[in-house]
Design a protein around this ligand. Structure first.
Ligand SMILES: NC(=O)c1ccc[n+]([C@@H]2O[C@H](COP(=O)([O-])OP(=O)(O)OC[C@H]3O[C@@H](n4cnc5c(N)ncnc54)[C@H](O)[C@@H]3O)[C@@H](O)[C@H]2O)c1
Length: 142
């Protein structure tokens, strides 16, 4: 039996880079994947690659900096698949390289909103689902 057979895996920022690599790795292990990424994402390639591995998947639009969007994405995943077993909170941005003395306040605020507050929103509403269903696993990308 594969390691993630019958597991529902929710991955923020799952449409590219590390998140997509994790989605493909989980699909190979038999998981069902909810790829959660920005609403304007072109996700057809990711969906095709996951399906080619024989895994079930869906795209879920999310902006992790928007609490309502986070709640909706988790709700949609649970509506579709019935539960949520593993959440990989991976969405994030690098920001621009500069010293703090040169950093525009908007840059700081955007990084905090996505990389920090976004993680809080995801963990908070994932935990509520896990408490309802009796357990689950969270992995946060730093
Ligand atoms: N600590 C480190 O040294 C280090 C190094 C590399 C990456 N990372 C982190 O790992 C994660 C993945 O990085 P990556 O290299 O694969 O980057 P990437 O840019 O390839 O992927 C990030 C994904 O997050 C999505 N995303 C961005 N903002 C979002 C938002 N507000 N809501 C939902 N999705 C959003 C993007 O659309 C993209 O698909 C990021 O959080 C990044 O900060 C950390």
């Amino acid at each position: 039996m594969k390691k993630l057979e019958n597991k529902i895996v929710f991955i923020t920022g799952g449409n590219s880079g590390i998140g997509k690599a994790c989605a493909l790795a989980a699909a190979k292990e038999g998981a069902t994947i909810a790829v959660a990424d920005l609403p304007n994402s072109d996700y057809s390639q990711s969906m095709n690659e996951i399906k080619a591995l024989g895994a079930e998947c869906m795209f879920v639009p999310i902006n992790v900096a928007d609490v309502e969007s986070v709640k909706n994405a988790i709700t949609k995943t649970v509506e579709e698949y019935g539960r949520l077993d593993i959440a990989l909170n991976n969405a994030g941005i690098a920001g621009t390289a500069s010293g703090i003395h040169n950093m525009p306040e908007e840059t700081w605020n955007k990084i905090i909103a996505i990389n920090l507050t976004g993680q809080f929103y995801c963990v908070k509403y994932e935990l509520q689902q896990f408490l309802n269903q009796g357990g689950g696993v969270i992995v946060n990308m730093a």
